[in-house]
Design a binder for this molecule. Sequence first.
Ligand code: SF4
Ligand code: SF4
Length: 290
Amino acid sequence: MRLAILSGKGGTGKTTVAVNLAVALASAHPTSYADYDVEEPNGFIFLQPAIAGTHTVTSPYPVIGEGCEPCGVCSAACTWHALAEVGGRVLVFPEICHGCGTCTLACPHGAIREAERNIGALRAGTAAQGLMCFEGILQEGETLSTTVIRRLRDLAEGDAGKDARGHFVVADCPPGSSCEVMHAAERSDLVILVAEPTVFGLHDLKVAVQLVRHLGLPAVVFINKDDGSGLIDRYAAEAELPILGRLPFDLDIARISAHGELLMEDARYKGTFVELAEAVLAEAERGEMA
Ligand code: SF4
Ligand code: SF4
């Protein structure tokens, strides 16, 4: 079962929910945690996995060879404006090249070959209770976050993904509602939307709900920093979104997280995630019966 943990913006507690839920599930089930927040992955800070492997993520870019007879076909074919013909020469801007290969195919003189450049890395390891951990890291200055997300998905979920019966994948998605989020969340069995009870939090939750409905994914809500205002509860009732758990507004939670510790290791909060894991298991069973 694939679980996507999503929030409309950063700093909502998405990673807190993801890592603690992964630990709760791992105590009884084979589970993987994958950090798709490739611009700022921080799940490993809490899980402290023993790293077993690091993989470089590369992307192809064109190199113009001597057979070029400047005709302008390649630069005209590049939607991303990563090629420009200047003074009878073709200039390549690798940092904005999306590695689509269109220019190589379009060149009528076969003058383009492809080279690879590093755009990021993937790390894999194992944490306590056999929790398999994966993270993607986008190299500073690079923009191809979706490429890193796709490679991470192949690595983290290729063998033990949603189709592996009884295996849980907790996907810690990027914040927001961009195409990176769509790549990380698509084909999930359940989306857990983490929301704060503020006016901005409610707005971001509504945007995230639009996104998951566009993707046709079932969703539930987890309320973080719950102050008892009922703001998120009322919207969730209107939108027919079940609330599967909540954490109170509590400075101790902020302190524990700031120290890079797991709430699962604190008796006051452990029950929240054990209950969330049980609720997720119930959803999984319902899905199998449906
Ligand atoms: S590979 Fe695609 S994005 Fe890159 S320069 Fe060629 S056409 Fe443009
Ligand atoms: S399409 Fe080929 S021949 Fe034409 S400018 Fe580009 S590299 Fe040169």
